[in-house]
Design a protein around this ligand. Structure first.
Ligand SMILES: Nc1ncnc2c1ncn2[C@@H]1O[C@H](COP(=O)(O)OP(=O)(O)O)[C@@H](O)[C@H]1O
Ligand SMILES: [Mg+2]
Length: 353
């Protein structure tokens, strides 16, 4: 659907004093991404990382300084005005602050992009608007004005309007960042529903991990204008490689700082094992194994002692996963046997301390 190759974007550096000639700030540096048809692709990063700049280059609201972007096989960086006009009809966009026309009703807002193409009769437009209102669940609000709507309802209008010209691609710029958690969930469900029903490709940018976890298939992490990590959401979030990804994962999970969990007291005399402390190990499992009693069978088969310090079971989109932080104590051979059994079941184990 989308191929981004060696994309660069620099802005002139704004300064009160006269800027030195040629002084620029690099907002995007050598971005390479391939986005598949029908997927929900998330781009996450901190404020100022370059997310908005990146998504705005996909419909040429922002002109790249270098590199190539092709959408459905067409190089969009060389399009003339006519070409851009046609491109933008194939791409819908929704925004954090909805960008609705406040003097127009809900129905008129949704009708607007249909009207300006000049392609449809009034009757065709009216039928399409009714369909779209139904799709986003706003049929009863068609004659209201934006000021009479909640945030979630406003974003539903934004979505209907973006879909009016049956685009192949939907761009979402922090589409749920102005919404409360419950409304965010409802809007994300609607986006997922539309993605599945219409086979629409969705690219979304966000600073919220929860958004990516809930609906994205793949994710790219952007930092200081560069993609630092990309892949399937479960892989990236369960095994983050880059420091930025790690810190975002840590902030968004209920896990405490790992070292705070280590027992600080003397060893338990209860067990008779006099080792000061064992290994702090993080276990991660993905898929159906999440619901299997693996730990209890390991515990039954080895004299090693496993203490669960913290644990969670959750889902990334449709994939269940579990993460446990355990302290593992025992003779080296027993510990090795525990690791071997975990390997057999494809349970990832990392010794943290
Ligand atoms: N029109 C502009 N002129 C100059 N610098 C800009 C402009 N737009 C964005 N920038 C700079 O580019 C960088 C990336 O900005 P942006 O894409 O908005 O980040 P994000 O959406 O991730 O918060 C920032 O350093 C920002 O200050
Ligand atoms: Mg932004």
């Amino acid at each position: 659907m989308i191929r981004i190759e060696h994309l660069h974007k620099t802005y002139p550096l704004e300064r009160k004093a006269k800027p030195a000639a040629g002084t620029t700030v690099a907002a995007l540096a050598d971005i390479n991404l391939h986005i598949k048809k029908g997927e929900i692709f998330g781009i996450i990063g901190r404020s100022g990382a370059g997310k908005s700049t990146l998504i705005r280059t996909l419909n040429m609201l922002e002109r790249p300084s270098g590199g190539k972007i092709s959408i459905e096989g067409e190089d969009i960086t060389t399009l003339d005005n006519n070409g851009l006009h046609r491109l933008r009809q194939r791409i819908g966009m929704i925004f954090q602050h909805f960008n609705l026309l406040n003097a127009k009703t809900v129905a008129a807002n949704i009708d607007w992009p249909l009207k300006i193409t000049g392609k449809y009769t009034q009757q065709e437009r009216a039928t399409r608007v009714t369909e779209l209102l139904d799709l986003v669940g706003l049929s009863e609000h068609r004659d209201k004005y934006p000021a009479q709507l909640s945030g979630g309802q406003k974003q539903r209008v934004g979505i209907a309007r973006a879909l009016a010209n049956t685009p192949h691609l939907l761009l979402c710029d922090e589409a749920t960042s102005a919404l409360d958690p419950e409304t965010t969930q409802a809007i994300l469900r609607l986006l997922l529903d539309i993605n599945r029903k219409l086979g629409l490709t969705i690219v979304l940018i966000t600073h919220e991990m929860q958004v990516i976890r809930n609906i994205c298939d793949r994710v790219a992490v952007i930092e200081a204008g560069r993609i630092v990590e990309a892949g399937d959401v479960a892989e990236v979030f369960l095994h983050p490689q880059h420091a930025v990804t790690r810190s975002m994962v840590a902030e968004s999970t209920p896990f405490l700082a790992e070292t705070a969990l280590l027992p600080s007291t003397q060893p338990s005399t209860l067990t008779g094992i006099t080792q000061l402390r064992g290994l702090l190990v993080r276990l991660t499992y993905v898929g159906d194994i999440t619901y299997q009693p693996i730990l209890s069978s390991i515990a039954a088969a080895t004299p090693a002692l496993i203490t669960i310090l913290q644990g969670t079971i959750a889902r990334i989109k449709d994939t269940p996963y579990g993460q446990l932080l355990v302290e593992l104590r025992g003779e080296p051979a027993d510990v090795a046997q525990v690791f071997a059994t975990l390997d057999q079941h494809n349970i990832r184990h990392e010794v943290l301390a």
